[in-house]
Design a binder for this molecule. Structure first.
Ligand code: NDP
Ligand code: MG
Length: 384
């Protein structure tokens, strides 16, 4: 029986992870969770999964937890990293799932990798911003970082001879605005951007899918996770979200992983060891399956090129890219800037923040902070 700690239990990936755990009661138990604000959902999780430990740094949520744990008398709770680290390093945890959204997940991703345990990584922002310390840290501690971002999990499943990889093709659904020209995207609303055609996800990643910045983040994520040059990574539009990525080998074979879009599939793969797990899934209907692929849109070439630049220059440029995007998405969701202005905020922030060759945790937070200040200035100047 493997004991799981789930960061971001109240989110979309959190829910898919809980469903895989629920469907495999002989293999997994939930020993701990983290959340931010959603105490209603936490109550349900406590009732259904009986986690021993709950972590939150949100003051209001922590006060609520103190009252709740007095009532139920079964849970240990923490709001500081030291107590959390003690629990993660104890025998109560075998596997950690990192599924907080955004840069806010970096601290707990680092803590998870420090344990040297198996870490399922959904939080792509922590690799984009912190890959330069997370990857070396995993080598030092022996932590096994297993991607559950569906494309990266697909790549992992398709790698059978790393040294013979010719290139990797990451698929993108294209989001809700696939095929629509920029002139028709001028005045689209946050509600329109949140309606993803194939995946049901949290708000931030849904907007990232609509702008295709998600694919740019995934390009950077793949270059770190698989230690592969950006020039060997292609991006392609595949609206059905059935083929989750493709690895092409030097002998001409291309291997892909397929499933209906359901995050339980990569999570189940990542949770398994030698033997695959059983989960409830919707089978592909091959009698009626039609798959299409097309080139990544030229209108997004500037942002793709910027992501490729990040892979090449590093030096904290991923921190700037990520922070500027987070500020821009937040501004768009709060109707402060228009959809297409998200790109201006990223590009203009990128040109105005100093990078650093010497990266440690403090420096990462420093560059993140400077990038957010700059991005907010760009937002202000854009919305005036
Ligand atoms: P959601 O918005 O659905 O959930 C986010 C989770 O993080 C919630 O548990 C939330 O807590 C918690 N959280 C948010 N802000 C903070 C904070 N400041 N401090 C601590 N916890 C916080 O996001 P998703 O589940 O969609 O995405 C999670 C991660 O997985 C992202 O990095 C995303 O890019 C990645 N991912 C998601 C996919 C998907 O299909 N959803 C696919 C591939 C990757 P609360 O709700 O209690 O406030
Ligand atoms: Mg993905």
């Amino acid at each position: 029986m493997k004991k799981i700690f789930l960061f971001g239990a109240t989110g979309s990936i959190g829910e898919s992870s809980l469903n895989v755990i629920k469907e495999n009661p002989d293999h997994f138990t939930l020993s701990g969770i983290s959340f931010n604000e959603n105490s209603t959902r936490v109550k349900e999780i406590i009732k259904n999964f009986h986690p021993e430990h709950i972590f939150t740094t949100n003051e209001k949520s922590y006060s609520w937890l103190e009252r709740e744990s007095n009532l139920s008398n079964i849970i240990s709770i923490s709001n500081n990293i030291e107590e959390l680290a003690d629990f993660l390093n104890s025998d109560n945890v075998d596997i950690i799932i990192s599924a907080i959204s955004g840069f806010a997940g970096l601290e707990t991703s680092i803590l998870s990798v420090q344990t040297g345990k198996k870490v399922l990584l959904a939080n792509k922002e922590s690799i984009v911003a912190g890959g330069d310390i997370l990857i070396p840290l995993s080598k030092k501690t022996g932590a096994n970082i297993v991607p559950i971002d569906s494309e990266h999990n697909a790549i992992l499943q398709c790698i059978d001879d790393y040294s013979a990889i010719h290139n990797i093709t990451i698929t993108a659904s294209g989001g809700p605005f696939n095929g629509i020209s920029d002139s028709d995207l001028e005045n689209i609303s946050p509600e329109d951007a949140l309606k993803h055609p194939t995946w049901n996800m949290g708000a931030k990643i849904s907007v990232d899918s609509a702008t295709l910045v998600n694919k740019c983040l995934e390009l950077i994520e793949a270059s770190y996770l698989f230690n592969i040059k950006e020039s060997k990574i292609n991006l392609v539009i595949h609206p059905q979200s059935i083929v989750h990525s493709i690895v092409t080998y030097s002998d001409g074979s291309s291997l892909c992983q397929m499933s209906n879009p359901d995050m339980k599939v990569p999570i189940a793969h990542a949770l398994s060891d030698e033997n695959r797990l059983n989960i409830n899934f919707r089978e592909l209907d091959f009698d009626n399956l039609s798959l299409s692929f097309s080139a990544f849109p030229k209108s997004r070439k500037m942002i793709e090129d910027l992501a490729r630049e990040v892979c090449k220059i590093k030096n904290g440029s991923g921190i700037v890219f990520n922070a500027a995007n987070e500020v821009a998405v937040d501004a768009f969701l709060n109707s402060k800037i228009k959809f297409l202005e998200i790109f201006d905020v990223i590009l203009r922030t990128f040109d105005n923040v100093e990078l650093s060759k010497e990266l440690d945790i403090e420096k990462i937070y420093e560059i993140d902070k400077a990038s957010r200040i700059m991005a907010k200035k760009v937002v202000e100047s854009t919305s005036n």
